[in-house]
Design a protein around this ligand. Sequence first.
Ligand SMILES: NC(=O)c1ccc[n+]([C@@H]2O[C@H](COP(=O)([O-])OP(=O)(O)OC[C@H]3O[C@@H](n4cnc5c(N)ncnc54)[C@H](O)[C@@H]3O)[C@@H](O)[C@H]2O)c1
Length: 339
Amino acid sequence: MKFLITGHTGFKGSWLAMMLKVQGHEIVGISLPACENSLYTQAELKDVFNEEHFIDIRQRGNLREAVEASKVDFAFHLAAQPLVRQSYITPIETFETNVIGTLNFLDAIKDSDIKGSLVVTTDKVYKNMNHLRGYVESDELGGRDPYSASKAAADIATQSWISSQELENISIARAGNVVGGGDWATDRLIPNLVSSFIAQRPAQIRYPEAIRPWQHVLDCLSGYIRLSDAMLRSGIHGIWNFGPEIRIENTVGKVADAAALIWGNSASWDHDSSSHLHESGYLLLDSSKARAELEWKDFLNFESTIEWTLSFYSAVAGGENSRDLLENQVNTYLSMIAN
Ligand SMILES: NC(=O)c1ccc[n+]([C@@H]2O[C@H](COP(=O)([O-])OP(=O)(O)OC[C@H]3O[C@@H](n4cnc5c(N)ncnc54)[C@H](O)[C@@H]3O)[C@@H](O)[C@H]2O)c1
């Protein structure tokens, strides 16, 4: 099978590519060039791809040409500006990439022979009511910060595209905060913790009481792959949440405690109580639909998720090769879910 990944140089794209490669598939990537401190660069993933196109998805003509040339069976659309704080700095670019880029992607696949595609949005598309229950797929969408609003807009635009064009081969996946080795995005909890631990200074944590659906990136991506299988095999399509079992005790502070404990070497964190941009207090996902209809489940619980993630960073800091670590964790995970 031949897959397209937009956003293949990103964090999720790199892990997804390795999962598909290990499963014996061909992969085409479309992205902006990789950042120096990305997993794609550090793990030297270039050879994982049969073809790569370094283009901006805001350029409709270039994207269409690349998609037409790729002749894939299935596409995962992940390319996005995915950072909340960055979206306050560059809101227009965030909306352009996340909304227009997604529409350009949908337009590009329209006349191709593609059998199916999956548009990745996020748990942040839900209008945040600070519920202590998980959001379900039929809940109202919203978005206060530019990132959340742009992804909600991309989600609605995709739904409109599917219904107005009467398409039955496009689905939407909404997942939450994924963690895993090799993410170096400036805005995220684990990279912030690890950077501070390496520098041997206390990490500064903005909202230690905030609750998020922490999930290992492999569990999230196995949901995307399971959905793509189901779409290709039985033609199902729709909107799906992919989140971990709901545990409201899994706060940002608890992640930071667990990470510091695994890192050792007197790693610690402090609450940074200076004023910050708005972030929601509670954000939980109800993934009953994916569990029941796709028979998907997360294999790594909270403790294993933090353990797998921190052990990856710690091994890299100790001089181990990112590519080997990535391949090992993917192979271990795939054999775990096969049994
Ligand atoms: N990482 C998370 O915790 C998380 C949570 C929920 C949803 N998501 C969603 O998952 C997807 C992937 O996120 P990630 O964490 O891998 O992000 P990332 O920042 O690591 O990767 C983003 C990718 O998109 C590409 N990209 C960005 N702008 C582009 C443009 N204009 N043209 C072409 N390519 C462009 C980048 O080159 C990169 O390959 C995004 O859609 C994001 O919204 C991520």
